[in-house]
Design a protein around this ligand. Structure first.
Ligand code: NAD
Length: 487
């Protein structure tokens, strides 16, 4: 890995930069992955001095630093350039600063650009980086872009074209921060390093797979953005489909980024395009009403600040995807994601086919659960015998949970992902082919919704979404394995 690099962050005064990027860079610094030969240029509209910028950086890492001196030493690597992304003059200044810092820090012309601002600016920034020769073909030149990558296929394609005018696909790293999570990466280990699972990871043994991204939070202060986006675009197009691809892919021929990507892309290409009828039946949308979460009362989505009081935007979506591969043909991948639900948690349940009853006793299916957050780990439920004289069956669970984040043993997602970019490892980023295929599917669903052919279900805050999301699984003879209301 080359830790010699000048990192330019566009949107340096923003929420993401302060909450995630500076702490992640500091962790990389502390673990020696960034050392003396790096500098960070922060740009944003505000006219900050270097001293003020340093104080912002120090504040964001106070809890992580061993001493104030260490925090200050790290912040010394940060430089600020007030910048309006539309103004060519400002890029000329940026180029001068970049050139000076490259010499000062002996960064060997390596450059990393992080676009941590609204995507509408990405094209302009990319264009100017080339025209003002900040991107000049020397050293490595890599670009990290934040989500959302477009709002539909047409805007995503346009954005992609704009980036491609300056960067090649291999230089573009599209962030999906879920892919930086420890347990998501552990899916490879669970699937491919255990004969127990590897041999039965297919339609002969798996009945269905369930992906849940549940949030207790509402839209908080993101009402304005969220009302334009909705759960389908905000959570399904990216996180849900990326996770699905890791669960459904075939074993890569090698553990290289190219081989993994090839297999992931194949899953996206094999995602079944539903018929018009299926689109109406297989995808459920909902919006939260007022209700109680953990004993506290919450207002409805339509009453949230910056949300249209007649909004038809979905805060919940559930559905079934299918992958037309030899491995998984006809196996439903159920998913649900929503705000203001009973509990917070990202879980995957792999539900194995149910055996017939034995000795007249019915059996529960075996379920492998992967816990992604807030706790990490997995459990396997099997049928065992209840202690006692009678032969009575009862489910037993083998549980393995870690709290690696709490002990500091696992990398934070942004830390892991920036580390990967410095290593030129694109495994945990979304390739354009994946983004394109996912938008094609999402656009189909969105089109049916726009035509109002599918009801918008209103669910109570604190529930697990509308009844329709439960009925969907019943139609397939299945049920959601994770139901936090049952506790
Ligand atoms: P923000 O609104 O807090 O910050 C935006 C930044 O862009 C500010 O630094 C602002 O000065 C700068 N900016 C805006 N217009 C500019 C212009 N014309 N010229 C120069 N600078 C300009 O946004 P954020 O929450 O930090 O999010 C940044 C990006 O990350 C967005 O694309 C967002 O969707 C994405 N994202 C954020 C989060 C999060 O937790 N905040 C999570 C996931 C994705």
């Amino acid at each position: 890995m080359s830790s010699k690099v000048i990192i330019t962050i566009f949107g340096a005064s923003g929420d993401l930069a302060k909450r995630k990027l500076y702490p992640s860079l500091f962790r990389l610094y502390k673990s020696g992955n960034l050392s003396k030969h790096f500098a960070v240029i922060g740009t944003a509209r505000r006219p900050w001095s270097k001293e003020y910028f340093e104080s912002v950086v120090v504040e964001s890492i106070t809890d992580l630093a061993d001493s104030p001196e260490q925090a200050q030493e790290f912040a010394g690597h940060f430089y600020y350039q007030s910048h309006d992304v539309q103004d060519t003059e400002h890029y000329i200044e940026l180029k001068k600063l970049q050139t000076r810092l490259n010499q000062e820090y002996q960064a060997e012309h390596n450059k990393l650009f992080f676009l941590s601002m609204a995507p509408q600016f990405f094209g302009t920034i990319a264009k100017h980086l080339k025209s003002e020769q900040i991107v000049d073909g020397q050293g490595f030149e890599r670009l990290i872009v934040e989500k959302p990558f477009g709002t539909d296929l047409s805007t995503a394609s346009q954005l992609n074209q704009e980036l491609l005018a300056t960067f090649d696909e291999e230089q573009i790293f599209r962030i999906d921060h879920y892919l930086g999570k420890e347990m998501i990466q552990n899916i490879f280990a669970i699937r491919f390093a255990n004969s127990l699972f590897e041999n039965i990871w297919n339609r002969n043994y798996i009945d269905n797979i369930q992906i849940t991204f549940a949030e207790q939070l509402g839209v908080e202060e993101r009402g304005g953005y969220y009302d334009q986006s909705g759960a389908l675009r905000d959570m399904v197009q990216n996180h849900t489909l990326q996770l699905l691809s890791l669960l459904a892919m075939d074993m890569p021929s090698a553990f290289t980024k190219e081989a993994i990507r090839t297999e992931k892309v194949k899953v996206f290409e094999r995602l079944r395009k539903p018929s018009q009828e299926e689109l109406k039946k297989l995808f459920i949308r909902g919006q939260y009403k007022s209700g109680t979460v953990d004993g506290k009362k919450y207002i409805s989505y339509r009453s949230e600040p910056n949300v249209n009081p007649e909004s038809e935007t979905e805060t919940f979506v559930s559905g079934a995807f299918f992958v037309d591969s030899e491995r998984f043909r006809h196996v439903p991948f159920f998913f649900r994601t929503g705000k203001r639900l009973t509990a917070k948690g990202t879980h995957v349940n792999i539900v194995f086919k149910q055996m017939d009853s034995i000795f007249g006793q019915s059996l529960e299916p075996n379920v492998l659960t992967i816990y992604i957050q807030p706790t990490e780990g997995f459990s396997l439920s099997v049928n065992g015998k209840e202690v006692g004289e009678q032969f009575r069956l009862a489910p037993i669970s083998f549980d393995y949970r870690t709290d690696a984040t709490a002990t500091g043993a696992s990398q934070e997602p942004y830390e892991k992902l920036i580390f990967d970019v410095l290593n030129n490892d694109s495994t945990n980023f979304s390739h354009w082919d994946e983004v394109r295929a996912s938008w094609e599917l999402i656009d189909q669903i969105e089109a049916i919704w726009q035509e109002n052919q599918v009801p918008l279900h209103h669910y109570e805050a604190g529930s697990m979404g509308p009844e329709a999301a439960f009925e969907l699984l019943q139609e397939f003879g299945a049920k959601w394995q994770w139901d936090p209301r049952e506790k």
